[in-house]
Design a protein. Structure first.
Length: 199
């Protein structure tokens, strides 16, 4: 009997592999464009929704000291209320070595999602179009607990996000730290990314 080779390389699987394989290059390219060191091991987190009170502006202000204590890079989409616009502009100028405002254009958003390792949501993302955009780029959400996502379980190797109790700054910060600590393990990280792409 002749051996029959069965392949599971569907067009969808090949597309997913391509997305994940291209992320490190996209990250390095964006870092170079911004003027940051091309450091692959430093987590790059994006806030893809912009910033308003309803999108978690107060939580962001409470979270900021903790964010500044971490070795991360942060991309913030440049849209939202004027109050937070002024605040974030000042922050980006002061912390320009690791904070950057991304122009609210289709091309810039696409570049951000291709490059970012994680996406921080400060309000329930279930109804936000930005959530599906992040998942389709293998950009892992850090978000309030929601039925739209499943919290990562390192024992069972399940889940596609790092979830926290909504409006709890300590739980949110802990989720960011948990994501950052998981990021240093490439195999585990890629497993979560694949879960994101599976939808």
């Amino acid at each position: 009997m002749s051996n029959i080779s069965v392949t599971t390389d569907t067009p969808e699987a090949k597309a997913d592999v391509k997305i994940l394989n291209e992320k490190p290059k996209a990250k390095a390219t964006l870092q170079k464009e911004i003027g940051w060191p091309m450091e692959s091991k430093r987590p790059m987190i994006c806030i893809p929704t912009g910033m308003t009170k309803s999108l978690g502006g107060k939580l962001f202000e409470q979270l900021l000291p903790g964010l500044l204590s971490l070795e991360i890079e942060l991309l913030i989409l440049g849209k939202g209320s004027s109050t937070y616009g002024s605040f974030i502009t000042g922050l980006a100028e002061e912390q320009n070595h690791r904070f950057h405002i991304v122009p609210s254009t289709d091309r810039a958003v696409e570049t951000m999602l291709k490059a970012a390792d994680m996406a921080l949501f400060l309000s329930d993302p279930a109804t936000l179009p930005e959530l599906s955009a992040c998942l389709s780029h293998g950009t892992i959400p850090i978000a309030p607990s929601t039925s739209a996502l499943k919290d990562y379980n390192p024992v069972q190797e399940t889940g596609n996000a790092f979830l926290y109790k909504e409006e709890d700054v300590w739980k949110c910060f802990a989720a960011i730290v948990r994501a950052s600590e998981t990021y240093v393990f490439p195999f585990d990280w890629k497993t979560i990314q694949k879960h994101c792409l599976e939808g």
